[in-house]
Design a protein around this ligand. Structure first.
Ligand SMILES: Nc1nc2c(ncn2[C@@H]2O[C@H](COP(=O)(O)OP(=O)(O)OP(=O)(O)O)[C@@H](O)[C@H]2O)c(=O)[nH]1
Ligand SMILES: [Mg+2]
Length: 244
């Protein structure tokens, strides 16, 4: 089967937040789900249509962060940075938002095409947890939608939001997390140098932050991409030696 014109959507989030349940609901596939973390280990893909648009959906492994601490984190991180899905859905567990929001912020640093899905809303309601999704959306600068993947709640609204974002009808203003003065000064020096090498190919601020963190995994990925430029075209002869 030819799959060329699909709009790609990635599912990211902490382990056990219902990503595969949502993936199965939309694609009709049967990814392993269950009530323990770490079930999805490599990314799976499935397809579906909504309002005449074809989508390719990627179910990423659940992770607590998107650094290079584990193979799972690298799979999820590399997919978002290098494959550039048109939309990344961050699936959060509404019953433990505080912990889950950390990952949402990390994804928002990597891409502005983010929709935050507050999943397990049925559980949250049972526990008396109330969430002001409009306020959260304003603070994060990206759409926030309440859903229950298991009970099939809020799914049409989510699909409509995906459609709108893929069509460019939603302008996000992603929050930019500010770090200490020392870090921000270094980021300011690094960003233009990163842009010189990669132009707008990758999010320069995010790369600057990762380089400052000494993220060896990312540095190696970037070096490979410089020595073997892809069809989007990085200039030959660039090298990744940036002094700060
Ligand atoms: N109550 C409720 N349970 C849900 C909902 N969505 C998913 N679950 C349950 O949450 C558990 C985890 O779901 P998964 O879909 O496997 O979660 P995942 O995010 O893919 O997990 P990893 O692959 O480990 O990252 C399963 O027992 C699901 O049935 C929901 O909306 N409400
Ligand atoms: Mg899963």
């Amino acid at each position: 089967m030819e799959h060329q014109n699909e709009v790609t959507i990635a599912l990211a989030g902490n382990p056990n937040t219902g990503k595969s349940t949502l993936f199965n609901l939309l694609t009709g596939l049967k990814q392993h789900t269950g009530n323990w973390p770490g079930k999805t280990v490599i990314h799976a893909e499935g397809f579906f249509q909504h309002k005449g648009v074809s989508y390719r959906m990627i179910d990423l492994p659940g992770t607590y962060s998107l650094f290079s601490n584990s193979a799972d984190e690298e799979v999820a991180r590399n997919y978002i940075i290098f494959e550039k899905p048109a939309v990344t859905l961050v699936v959060l567990d509404s019953t433990s938002l505080e912990r889950n929001l950390n990952l949402a912020l990390q994804v928002i640093e990597m891409t502005s095409n983010v929709i935050v899905c507050l999943n397990l809303m049925d559980e949250a309601r049972k526990k008396g947890i109330r969430i002001d999704e409009q306020l959260l959306s304003k603070k994060l600068g990206v759409p926030v939608l309440k859903i229950s993947a298991r009970n099939k709640e809020g799914i049409t609204e989510l699909l409509d939001a995906i459609n709108a974002m893929a069509n460019g009808d939603i302008q996000t203003i992603p929050i930019s997390v500010q770090y200490s003065k020392e870090i921000e000064e270094k980021v300011m020096k690094l960003e233009p140098k990163i842009k010189e090498i990669f132009h707008d190919e990758y999010p320069a601020r995010w790369i600057a932050l990762r380089l400052l963190d000494g993220d060896e995994g990312l540095i190696n990925e970037l070096k490979q991409r410089i020595s073997a430029p892809n069809k989007r075209g990085l200039s030959h002869g660039s090298s990744l030696s940036i002094q700060i």
